[in-house]
Design a protein around this ligand. Structure first.
Ligand SMILES: Nc1ncnc2c1ncn2[C@@H]1O[C@H](COP(=O)(O)OP(=O)(O)OP(=O)(O)O)[C@@H](O)[C@H]1O
Ligand SMILES: [Mg+2]
Length: 303
């Protein structure tokens, strides 16, 4: 794995494009230390991700808190701001990014043996495990090592071209599978932890922060999703799950708070219709929150 090690706070700014030169140097360093040489797969992985400037991993300690919603709106916000952006959905068991971006039936093209990511609105490049599964409704029953080799191949064989930002939507939780995925992604700038205001979710989001440290990947910040309900009739905001816990947790753990996204029926509708809320209702409170969060993330990873 070609991670550039430094402290969690500064590493986001130290990241740079991994070149073949880095790979060869890593290989010779390892040989000198008696460690195994870099594999052909490592080189392919490096080549595949090598033209991507910034990699942002979206995680949560708990399922269903809105990771995919945040990932898809974040990636689309970046595209709308003029960045060359992509989103990779590595959730094998519930890959729903293509549906959220209106690409459920998008055909996959292959060029020079590499998969070309289909494009959503504003040129956002999208790759998902969903494109590779034979049937939409068939469950994946692979064991750990099979999942890992599928994910590895998936990472190696996609031609992203030149990208400013790649957002990675992770499966829920911080178990072995998630750890293996972050080990395979060699140049992540950092993680965005999504949480909801409830105590249980906040407890789980703390685990995500610890997970980031274990994986030696910095935490970019915390997003509090489902933070208050905006009534579609009167526009009033009601704190049905409380709010502010995400910010408190971030402050206590010394990490950046990126912002709150309210519960808005428009978000659910837009997720189901395949048009993210930042495109379908750019003036809504949630769309504005996603745009602000994207700005903060860009400032953090670009320095
Ligand atoms: N702020 C919000 N307001 C309204 N609905 C929301 C909001 N955030 C997420 N949802 C809805 O909640 C559901 C779950 O969201 P999503 O799929 O993004 O969660 P997830 O964390 O990715 O789930 P999983 O852990 O299963 O991958 C979706 O139907 C989504 O539209
Ligand atoms: Mg999801």
């Amino acid at each position: 794995m070609f991670t550039v090690k430094s402290s969690a706070r500064t590493r986001a700014h130290d990241r740079r494009t991994i070149t073949l030169f880095d790979a060869v140097r890593w290989c010779t360093d390892n040989m000198a230390k008696g460690k195994p040489m870099i594999s052909e797969g490592d080189l392919k992985l490096s080549a595949s991700l090598g033209r991507i400037k910034h990699v942002i991993i979206v995680i949560s300690g708990k399922g269903g808190v809105g990771k995919s919603t945040v990932s898809s709106n974040l990636a689309m916000s970046l595209s709308m701001k003029g960045f060359r952006a992509g989103i990779m959905d590595v959730d094998i068991h519930g890959p729903n990014i293509p549906k959220m971006l209106g690409l459920e039936d998008a055909p996959l093209a292959v060029r020079d043996g590499k998969l070309l990511p289909p494009e959503a609105a504003n040129g956002l490049k999208v790759m998902s495990m969903a494109f590779l599964l034979p049937e939409k409704d068939s469950p994946v029953v692979w064991r750990g090592p099979m999942k890992m080799s599928a994910i590895r191949q998936f990472l190696e064989d996609v031609d992203w071209g030149e990208l400013d930002h790649l957002v990675i939507d992770m499966p829920p939780g911080t178990g072995d599978e998630a750890l293996s995925i972050v080990q395979l992604i060699p140049k992540a700038d950092g993680m965005v932890v999504v949480t909801t205001p409830q105590d249980v979710a906040l407890l789980d989001s703390r685990k995500s922060v610890v997970f980031g440290a274990t994986a030696n990947i910095p935490i970019i910040g915390v997003v509090e999703n489902m933070s208050g309900f905006i009534c579609p009739h009167c526009g009033e905001c009601a704190d049905i799950f409380k709010s502010g816990g995400g910010e408190r947790t971030a402050t206590e753990m010394g990490i950046q708070f990126l912002g709150r996204v309210p519960i808005e029926p428009k978000i659910t509708e837009s997720g189901d219709s395949g048009v993210p809320v930042v495109v379908s209702s750019p003036d809504s409170a949630s769309a504005k929150a996603f745009m602000d969060i994207a700005d903060k993330i860009v400032r953090t990873v670009m320095g």
